[in-house]
Design a protein around this ligand. Sequence first.
Ligand SMILES: Cc1cc2nc3c(=O)[nH]c(=O)nc-3n(C[C@H](O)[C@H](O)[C@H](O)COP(=O)(O)OP(=O)(O)OC[C@H]3O[C@@H](n4cnc5c(N)ncnc54)[C@H](O)[C@@H]3O)c2cc1C
Length: 210
Amino acid sequence: MTRPTGRLVTIRLEPSHRQQQYAGQHFVVRLTADDGYTATRSYSVASDPDDDLVEICVEKLPDGEVSGYLYDVVEPGDTLEVRGPIGGWFVWDGSCPAVAVGGGTGVVPLVAMLRQAQRLGVTDRLRLAVSGRTAGHIPYVEELRAAGATVALTGAGHRLSADDLRPLADGADLGFVCGSARFAEALSSTLVTVGLPVDHVRVERFGPTG
Ligand SMILES: Cc1cc2nc3c(=O)[nH]c(=O)nc-3n(C[C@H](O)[C@H](O)[C@H](O)COP(=O)(O)OP(=O)(O)OC[C@H]3O[C@@H](n4cnc5c(N)ncnc54)[C@H](O)[C@@H]3O)c2cc1C
């Protein structure tokens, strides 16, 4: 476990049963209280499918039930109940050119795509654009910057626009957009505006729970 910022915790899991994983998938974490109350939440995988461990990165939300527990209570060596990997749509196998856009913790599945592209030697096929209020609100921001991602800080007045995405989408076969519902709606529309067919844009929304 690491805490790269005061709000983010990165946890590397060793699942008891490992299944084939694809970049872009998520795991479900289930917490059970002593009285039997349960809470389940989804967390995207940041690690390359070839990694021995499964890495998730959780943002602690104010009064967030599960994210607060994962940030404040869980310690290295603890056992967590998880299910996954899950998802067959928001996945990229590296075989075609793609543009991937993430907001806040929505960058996490894109990091798995990036790490996979690096392992396969096909980084030229993945163009990345990420956004957050400040750099501290974008997990893995230095890794993404080093990979050439366009980084837009809304706190500094930079919102991702058609001008940002047009060159990245040029020649892409698939688009991926991940973030809050509002971010996902706005940026998936922008990808269509700059020329990606609507059925080539895949969207993952991080709701308040789920
Ligand atoms: C496919 C998928 C992948 C995801 N991947 C990630 C990821 O990689 N990293 C990540 O951090 N998150 C991810 N999420 C979001 C994650 O699943 C949780 O929604 C998030 O961690 C919040 O859960 P929580 O239990 O901490 O907060 P919750 O307890 O669900 O609360 C969420 C927010 O709502 C507020 N709230 C709760 N109840 C009320 C109320 N009655 N009135 C007003 N406000 C209220 C809380 O204060 C909190 O700020 C993903 C979601 C999906 C669907």
